[in-house]
Design a protein around this ligand. Structure first.
Ligand SMILES: *Cc1c(COP(=O)(O)O)cnc(C)c1O
Length: 371
């Protein structure tokens, strides 16, 4: 049998593009008539920005967000000509001309960025498209109120911008009480009202599931498109998009007292049957799952024993009949029996971090729309 990449990788990541598109439509149905942008930074949260963006563009999405100009450069010519591509992390000093030539829309987060972008616009004898981010409370990116004052004190700056979006970002969109989001909403309205009229955007996935006051003219989900629940909202229908399988690379039986994995952090309390799978923390399978996470085979939960290594993880398969598994068999890590949310919870992490951590040694395959 020929060697194939999917069999010789650390694991197989399967992306359901039809589920992705259904999630896009489910969010759009909630926010209608407000359009849904796709946040495809970090290689579409590890799933592959090019196929993800292509599937969403075919479904009608015309607004895309990445974090870096590098990501924008890789993605730009995969998008329809009439799509807007925003760069969330702003403009790197010196990169203005490249950003303009590429035709992306930088999210201007600081006054120096506004100055550099408008200087280039002046040099080129026109205006340049831009988003302006306002800091409505998170203290991460965007103009603070004093910087907004400074910007407004120099009207020539705004006259050089084709203002395509005024945006901010929610720090606590997933909080049950909504107090912080209400405060940010009020701050955003006050600040945005001081700028010329332009489309506005405040909400990530979590905010897209808040009421219509948070939707403005564009919502910007990432995670929800990829099927993870930003927070518990009854009656919501997001579908899992990702499944992950890893392959058994060795089977063994050990006697009671056998010590297992780095640091001997686990000692077999009885004779056990073990399977080592070829995925580890270098692939984004979290080391925090040492002695606490699990894989699944059919209906059987196979606990992780010992520490997760860089390239491998040891499972207790004693629950299965002795000859149930052979070398080369797959186990499920994310799928019907174990959701992405469950993996994140077991690892003490969040779904964003688990998804974006899934590494390049995993073979990615795409089902649905494209295939
Ligand atoms: C990452 C990001 C998003 C998307 O966040 P999700 O929680 O994945 O929906 C939206 N807006 C900004 C500014 C971001 O940085």
């Amino acid at each position: 049998m020929p060697c194939t990449d999917d069999r010789n990788s650390a694991g197989r990541l399967t992306v359901d593009l039809d589920a992705l598109v259904r999630n896009y439509r489910a969010i759009a149905a909630r926010t209608a008539p407000v359009p849904v942008a796709a946040v495809v930074k970090a290689d579409a949260y590890g799933l592959g920005a090019a196929p993800i963006a292509a599937a969403l563009a075919a479904a009608g999405c015309r607004h895309f967000f990445v974090a870096h100009l590098l990501e924008a450069r890789r993605l730009k010519d995969r998008l329809p000509n009439d799509a807007d591509l925003f760069v969330l992390n702003g403009l790197t000093p010196g990169a203005e001309a490249e950003a303009a030539d590429l035709g992306v829309i930088p999210v201007l987060n600081t006054l120096p960025q506004v100055r550099a972008w408008t200087a280039l616009a002046a040099e080129r004898g026109g205006v340049l498209p831009a988003a302006i981010q306002l800091d409505s409370g998170m203290s991460r990116l965007g103009l603070a109120p004093a910087e907004l004052d400074a910007l407004l004190a120099e009207p020539v700056l705004l006259s050089r911008l084709d203002l395509r979006l005024v945006m901010s970002h929610l720090a606590c969109g997933d909080a049950a009480d909504g107090v912080a989001s209400a405060e940010q909403l009020a701050a955003f309205l006050t600040q945005a009202d001081r700028l010329p009229t332009a489309p506005r955007s405040l909400s990530n996935s979590a905010g897209s599931f808040l009421d219509a006051r948070f939707h403005f003219d564009l919502v910007r989900p990432g995670l929800a498109l990829y099927g993870a629940e930003p927070h518990e909202v009854p009656g919501r229908a997001l579908e899992p998009v990702v499944s992950l399988q890893a392959r058994i690379i060795q089977l063994r039986e050990v006697p009671a007292g056998a010590r297992i994995g780095y640091g001997y952090s686990f000692e077999a309390p009885r004779p056990m049957r073990l399977a080592t799978i070829g995925i580890g923390y270098a692939d984004g399978w979290p080391r925090a799952l040492s002695n606490r996470g699990a894989a699944w085979r059919g209906e059987a939960r196979l606990p992780i024993v010992g520490r997760v290594s860089m390239d491998s993880t040891i499972l207790d398969i004693s629950a299965l009949p002795a000859d149930a598994l052979v070398e080369g068999d797959d186990v499920e890590l994310i799928g019907l029996h174990q959701s992405l949310d469950a993996v994140a919870a077991a690892a003490g992490s969040i779904t964003h971090e688990i998804l974006t951590g899934l590494g390049p040694r995993l073979h990615r395959s795409y089902h649905g729309t494209q295939s």
